[in-house]
Write a protein that binds this ligand. Sequence first.
Ligand code: G3P
Length: 217
Amino acid sequence: MKFFIDTANLDQIREAQDLGVLDGVTTNPSLMAKEGITGKDNIFKHYRKICDIVDGDVSAEVIATDYDGIIREGEELAELHQQIIVKVPMIKDGIKAIKYFSDKGIKTNCTLVFSAGQALLAAKAGATYVSPFIGRLDDISTDGLNLIAEIRLIYDNYEFETQILAASVRHTMHIIDCAKLGADVMTGPLSSIEGLLKHPLTDIGLAKFLEDYNKGN
Ligand code: G3P
């Protein structure tokens, strides 16, 4: 399972990279705005900085919602750095653009996916990644994890190569449940990744080991 961090915060990206388990980064316009990064030039510079920190894929989202605009922006983003994955929304022109990018060998992440049908379409168009937003489904009393299970079944039935990128992961249990269901990738905040480290018996056990060691020294 690949671990992506879902942030545009460079300190958090560095921290996750330093842990040695990071496979990539996902961003979106809201995450950029949260860091105060605005305007195309600044946003593009920021993508380059992120690519310099991590070794893996970095999803960069297009703002255009029409076919020509998505193509233009996506090609610009793809030229920025070889690690860039063009993130395209799940809309009609987005699907057409994903097909175009796929034919040209440009990697894509189909975002804002909330149903199995949308995920099927993204795979048919040749998306590299599909991003079902599990946390946002949970927010409206719909089981986000069930969507991961549905997409896994469908993709396995037809051996689609599109990778399931569980997005809108909010906490550590989401990661564990996505891993059980066979999501290829998860993207979440640093706190959700660091939560995997924690167990009180580990802390108690380590304290005891150190205490016993110190008795003999
Ligand atoms: O990767 C998608 C993600 O950024 C959405 O997360 O927490 O805003 O629903 P959230």
